[in-house]
Write a protein that binds this ligand. Structure first.
Ligand SMILES: [Mn+2]
Length: 464
């Protein structure tokens, strides 16, 4: 088989289907993958229903409908083929569009995955685009979404630009006319961040006197005679600058890097711009667009991201912008909520249930911050309800390095405790999470407490 062969087979199977369910992940790559596939499939006159999942794990498989639709998995599935088998999915009712390491199972599921063909820098959105192209060559406008997915999954990071088949998709977008590629300064926020912030908050590469230094950056701009504001007093962004201004800043920064013994080769990168989007908005370039989509996923509202990908420039964009700018504020609110409500202390852990007030995706971050203001001897366990799946509870745990040093391993404790509930647990010794059935909450907390107590005891006896 070849990648092209797999792509053709996938497109063929999709075109023969009467109805399709597209199941995808909630990050920028997953959202763009789903949007590309949904648009290509519905344009072909086939009914398609989108389903987003946080991850493919046993307790979430019920969101994959048990019906006669063709199941297209995007940005997930390759590594969870055992779950597809367990769900009773037959090989001719499934297409996997993914870029993760594949798992060998008995059922020969059809997969579009460039990784086994040696392309490691090619995300699921890229694979989805190849399938969309094979469904109809007129789908070239969707190349733009594939560029966003690839950039969102950091495929351009290492080489300061997309490479291989991911770069070929850029060319498709350029030919179509909604993508522009430009060698430019390697910095984030070129369309929305005030110039000095854009330069000072970019840290790849680190520039002495500029990175993390707004005053230093302002001095440089003043010395070069580059105004920070427009004549009307608005903050200028990198995108507003003339070619000469950009060149002058890039040269000055290169000198600065070299003067401090650094290498200037990472100072320049290929950036991807979208001329069909409004200037000075996050939709104007691939890096910021993908951040906006990631914000939607982090707030458990991936459907807002896919609405944007499908062309909604009104309510969905406003909502996503709100999620992006209020991220920190909500984490702070969660922290205050935990501290004000107070935790329940058991022998070895302290816990709290925050209900459905906060997106589950930030609960772990809030737990970590709260821990530093609570009992420093017991790991914290925070439970929350999933708004789109009320029968499931997400559990997040955080410990300190010192607790880990004394023998505590949160991942181990969560795996042990969730064993018979059928949920998946994972993470690290210092931070871990699990999904459990809502009905198991009380029992689960008790089990975790016993498990942590045992870890402590074992370490105390020098058994570890
Ligand atoms: Mn991905």
């Amino acid at each position: 088989m070849s990648l092209e062969g797999d792509v053709r087979a996938a497109a063929g199977r999709i075109c023969e289907a009467e109805r399709v369910t597209v199941i995808s992940h909630i990050d920028a790559d997953g959202i763009t993958s789903l949007s590309i596939l949904m648009q290509a499939i519905t344009r072909a006159g086939i009914e398609a229903v989108p389903v987003f999942v946080r991850q493919l794990e046993p307790l979430m498989m019920h969101r994959v409908p048990q019906d006669d639709t063709l199941k297209v998995f995007a940005d997930l599935g390759a590594g969870q083929q055992n779950l597809l088998e367990a769900h009773g999915l037959e090989d001719d009712r499934v297409v996997i569009v993914d870029h993760h390491v594949t798992q060998d199972v008995e059922t020969p599921y059809l997969q579009v995955n460039a990784l086994p063909y040696g392309h490691a820098k090619f995300s699921a959105a890229g694979a989805a685009y190849l399938v969309a192209q094979a469904i109809d060559a007129d789908n070239r406008d969707l190349a733009k979404l594939a560029v966003i997915g690839n950039v969102g999954d950091m495929m351009a990071r290492e080489d300061c630009g997309l490479v291989g088949p991911a770069r070929q998709i850029v060319d498709d977008g350029i030919e179509y006319g909604n993508v522009e590629a430009r060698k430019d300064l390697n910095c984030y926020g070129i369309s929305t961040r005030p110039l000095a912030n854009c330069l000072a908050y970019s840290d790849d590469p680190h520039i002495e006197g500029i990175t993390n230094s707004l005053p230093g950056t302002r001095r440089l701009l003043a010395r070069l005679g580059v105004p920070e504001r427009t004549r009307k007093g608005q903050w200028r962004v990198w995108e507003d600058l003339s070619g000469e201004e950009r060149q002058a800043i890039a040269s000055a920064l290169a000198e600065q890097v070299v003067a401090h013994g650094g290498r200037a080769d990472r100072l320049c990168a290929e950036v991807y711009l979208f001329p069909d989007e409004a200037e000075k908005t996050a939709l104007r370039n691939a890096a910021e667009y993908s951040t906006l989509l990631n914000a939607c996923g982090r707030w458990a509202r991936p459907e807002v991201g896919s609405a944007i990908c499908a062309g909604d420039r009104g309510e969905a964009v406003r909502e996503a912008g709100h999620m992006l700018t209020h991220h920190r504020a909500v984490i702070r609110e969660l922290l205050n909520h935990i501290l004000e409500t107070g935790v329940t202390e058991l022998d070895a852990v302290q816990y709290i249930h925050v209900g459905d007030r906060f997106p589950d995706t930030i609960v772990g971050i809030g737990a970590g911050m709260a821990l530093s203001r609570l009992n420093r001897d017991k790991p914290i366990l925070v439970m929350c309800t999933l708004p789109d799946d009320p029968d499931l509870t997400k559990v997040s745990m955080r410990a300190t390095e010192r607790m880990v040093g004394s023998g505590i391993d949160l991942q181990e404790a969560l795996i042990e405790a969730s064993g018979s509930f059928g949920g998946a647990a994972g993470g690290h010794a210092v931070a871990a999470g699990a999904y459990i059935p809502k009905t198991a909450e009380e029992e689960f907390v008790q089990r975790v407490d016993r498990s942590i107590k045992r870890q402590r005891g074992a370490a105390g006896q020098g058994n570890r």
